[in-house]
Design a protein around this ligand. Structure first.
Ligand code: 5GP
Ligand code: ZN
Length: 113
């Protein structure tokens, strides 16, 4: 856990969130400022600043993370949704703990801009 990290605090329940699903290693919760009718964030509880910090040694955790995301998306959004990992400032990353956005419930434009 990184002391100053908002999503580490959400993962440890230090900060409240509306939890959608969780396991020992992962948690999914509603985005506080939704950009679509369904807007869920999925994170590993272990701190990574972004996908750029993921290493070979994390491949089991990250494989299971993808399956966790899939289960949440299927349950909450059905068969049509968008997954986004914003990475770095110019791509719009504002929280420095890796997170997947699940967006659904409206028509989504492409490219996102
Ligand atoms: P990013 O911009 O880094 O890709 O995504 C960060 C997301 O976290 C944003 O969509 C933002 O609305 C959401 N967010 C920021 N602070 C909080 C919070 O305290 N609780 C929850 N549930 N979401 C948050
Ligand atoms: Zn963190």
């Amino acid at each position: 856990m990184k002391e100053s990290c908002l999503f580490c605090k959400i993962a440890s329940n230090e900060i409240e969130s509306k939890v959608v699903a969780q396991t020992e290693d992962f948690i999914a919760f509603y985005d506080i400022a939704p950009e679509a009718p369904i807007h869920i964030l999925c994170i590993p509880k272990k701190h990574f600043s972004s996908i750029l910090e993921v290493q070979e040694a994390d491949k089991d955790l990250m494989g299971r993370f993808l399956l966790f995301i899939k289960e949440v998306a299927k349950k909450e959004a059905g068969d049509s949704f968008r997954l986004v990992f914003n990475t770095g400032e110019s791509a719009g990353q504002t929280v420095g703990h890796i997170h997947a956005h699940i967006l659904a419930g409206r028509n989504l434009n492409w490219p996102p801009g």
